[in-house]
Structure formats: C-alpha cells, structure tokens
Design a protein around this ligand. Structure first.
Ligand code: NAD
Ligand code: UD1
Length: 343
C-alpha cells in the first residue's frame, strides 16, 4: 500500500518513511529539496534496504500532483511539505502564506480531483500541524480543546490549514483527515544516517546544542532564566522523532481502518527545561556545552507541554523515548555528520 509523503526528504518525513517501510507500507517521496538534500534517499536505502520512489517537484504544481496521484494511487498522503522557520515567517510572510497555505490548497485540490475520478478510495490525509497553534497557553498540560491563536505567519499558516481541513471534512464526509500537533521534535534515527540538518544558524535549541558540542559554535545562548519554571529557563515537551514517526504510522492505520477524522497532540506529556537539555546532552556526548544567559527571546512562552491522552486513546500511540535517548541519537547523527548531508 503506497503512501505519498510530501516533504518526505525532510527531517520528520525521512524518519516517517523508514517507519512506514517497517510497518509494511510503500512510501513515495515528493520533495523539491528546498530544505533537504537528495542524498537523504540514499541514506534511506541504506537503512531500509529498499529503493524508495522519488517524485522531485513542487507541491504547488497541482496538475503535476494530480498526475502522480493517478500514477501511484496511494491509499494515503502525509503532508509535511512547507516552510517552518518562525523568524523568517515574520520577515517574509508571503513566502509562508504562499508555500504553506498555497501548498496545502494545491495538494487538497489535486486529491479532490483524483478522488472524483475514482471514488472507491476515500481521500485520506495526515497533516503536520504544530503546538504553535496554542499560542501562549493559559496552563499546562495542553489538551486539544485549548483555544488556538497565532503570534507569527508560520503559526497563522498552520491555523488556516487546520480550518481548511475542518471545512473540507464538513463539506464532504468522504475525507479522512488526521491532524497531528507536534510538540518539539528532536533526536535522530539510531543508525546516525538521517537527522535534522538545519540551513545556517539553527533557531531551535537541540540543533544549536549539538553544534556547540561538536565545536562549530562557541556557546549556547540560554534565552532567559527568569521564567516561572523550576530553574527559570523555558520548559518544552521534547519528543523523539522516532516516536513522532510511529505516531504517523498509527494515524494512517487508524484512518485506513475506517476511523473518523481527528486532531491530536503528539508529545510525551513531560516538560524539560533548557538546562535539563544542556545537562542531558553533556552526559550523552561526553562533551561540555558552554552556555551564557541571554535575554528572553521575543514570542517565547515559559512552558509548553502536551496532554497526550487523546492520541493514546484514538491511535493506541504513546511516546516511549527518554530525553537521554533523544540526546544520544542527536549526538550520533551530529558527530557522524558534522556538516549534515553536505558531507
Ligand atoms: P523540513 O524542512 O525538514 O521538511 C520539509 C520538507 O518539505 C523539506 O524536505 C522541503 O524541501 C520540502 N518542501 C518545502 N516546500 C515544498 C514544496 N513547495 N514542494 C515540495 N517540497 C517542499 O521540516 P520538518 O521539520 O521535517 O517539518 C515537517 C513539517 O512538520 C512541516 O510542515 C513543519 O511545519 C511541521 N512541524 C515541524 C516541527 C519541527 O520542529 N521540526 C514542529 C511542528 C510542526
Ligand atoms: C519553536 C517555534 C515554534 C515551533 C517549534 C518547533 C519560536 C518562537 N517558536 O518553538 O513555533 O513550533 O520551535 O519545534 O521560534 N532556546 C534557547 N537558546 C537557543 C534556542 C532556544 O535558550 O539558542 C530555548 C527557547 O527559549 C525555548 C527552548 O529553548 O525555551 C526551546 O526552543 P525552540 O527549540 O526554538 O522551540 P520552541 O520555542 O518551543
């Protein structure tokens, strides 16, 4: 059974591709390599022993997407493709509205057209949303019924796509849609062959920490130590990308088994501070991670972690990996590939 992965060569898509093969599916990767590298496909082959079909192109090209849906006839689609840098989205909002919202519209229209030609298979989609849709949550843990808001165009684009998907399901009950709100994905495949490969200076904590540990950056700036948290630094729900990948398999199995559309948090339900991550990483890598306390980063919240109970109930899924494992796997990837996929 084929599954189309838009953005399948990216960080989360590549790990999900491996998990899908292990679960007996046949992933087809669609990617324009705007934020990834074709060498990912070779790495995936080394891990799985299988050659994965690649469709190189842009999800914004609706007719091309229709054509490949007709050729491959996937039973489901996972939509990862999009831009994800919060700061860039503030500077270049149209890029985000075009690629993220426009990309989703293009894909959904292509799926709708091809479904109309052959209504025997329900249009089935899993969408990569984010905990960013909760804005600054009033309390933790966060359940799916918390109010949604946005503080930047990236978050806004996720919110609009969630609303589009709800409207589509309301208009046509044939659609089966699983919306997954990821918390903070980190870590890498235990082989050390695939992982997160950010372009330029990383914005997110874990890739920055790994680059400090490998000696590419002098020190970490800890953005604020005066938050109302146990050690004063920001607290997040870090989730191993392998657990996240398993969440996509569980979501697809639920939808393909006839389940209703759903929206769930994918998190561990546990919060860790910036300094917890620094200390766990030092332990995992055996390297020091020097840091300096810096001012708070605008737009950051003090703490954010999931109540993952709904995902467990609906999908039979729960996160299993510890922070120590996340750090050990991130370190194996970074130390084996100091320049990411660029050799
Ligand atoms: P990523 O950038 O590694 O992967 C996205 C992939 O999509 C890349 O390979 C890129 O080349 C491709 N792509 C982008 N625009 C495209 C287009 N128009 N046509 C074809 N391919 C295109 O990002 P990721 O971390 O794997 O994230 C995947 C999804 O999950 C994104 O939608 C992101 O917003 C969402 N998400 C990520 C995180 C995170 O921390 N990584 C958290 C919450 C949600
Ligand atoms: C960020 C995005 C969020 C996105 C998420 C994806 C912002 C404001 N938010 O969230 O929209 O969904 O990534 O994973 O960018 N930190 C440091 N030093 C650093 C980097 C981060 O101290 O160099 C701290 C932050 O202040 C925060 C924690 O580490 O407390 C985690 O930061 P980060 O990895 O950027 O994730 P989020 O802020 O949760």
């Amino acid at each position: 059974m084929k599954i189309l992965l838009t953005g399948g060569a990216g960080y989360i898509g590549s790990h999900t591709a491996v998990a899908l093969i292990e679960a007996g599916f046949e992933p087809v990767v669609l990617d324009n390599f705007a934020n990834s590298h074709p060498v990912v496909l070779e790495r995936l082959q080394r891990i799985t022993g299988q050659t994965m079909a690649l469709e190189r192109g842009d999800v914004l090209d609706t007719h091309w997407v229709e054509d490949l849906l007709r050729r491959h006839r996937p039973v489901g689609v996972v939509h990862f493709a999009g831009d994800k840098a919060v700061g860039e989205s503030v500077a270049l909002p149209l890029k985000y509205f075009h690629n993220n919202i426009g990309g989703a519209v293009s894909l959904l229209r292509a799926m709708q057209t091809v479904h109309a030609e052959d209504p025997s298979t329900p249009p089935t989609l899993v969408f990569s949303s984010s905990a960013t849709v909760y804005g600054d949550p009033a309390s933790v843990p966060i359940t799916e019924d918390f109010p949604r808001s946005h503080t930047n165009p990236y978050g806004h684009s996720k919110l609009v796509i969630e609303d589009m998907l709800s409207a589509l399901c309301a208009a046509n009950p044939a659609w089966r849609v699983g919306t997954l709100r990821y918390f903070n994905p980190v870590g890498a495949h235990p082989s050390g062959l695939i992982g997160e490969d950010p372009a330029g200076i990383p914005n997110n904590l874990m890739p920055y920490v790994t680059q400090v540990a490998v000696g590419q950056r002098e020190h970490l700036n800890v953005y604020g130590n005066d938050y109302p948290t146990p050690d004063g630094t920001g607290v997040r729900d870090y989730i191993h990308v392998q657990d996240l990948a398993a969440g996509h398999v569980a979501a697809l199995k639920t939808l393909l088994g006839g389940g209703e559309s759903f929206t769930v948090n994918l998190g561990t339900g546990k919060g860790h501070s910036v300094l917890d991550v620094v200390h766990a990483f030092e332990k995992a890598s055996g390297r020091p991670v020097p840091y300096q306390i810096a001012p708070r980063r605008p737009g950051d919240v003090a703490q954010c972690w999931a109540d993952p109970a709904l995902a467990q109930r609906l999908l039979g899924w729960q996160a299993r990996h510890t922070l120590d494992e996340m750090c050990a796997d991130a370190w194996r990837w970074q130390s084996g590939n100091p320049n990411g996929y660029r050799g």
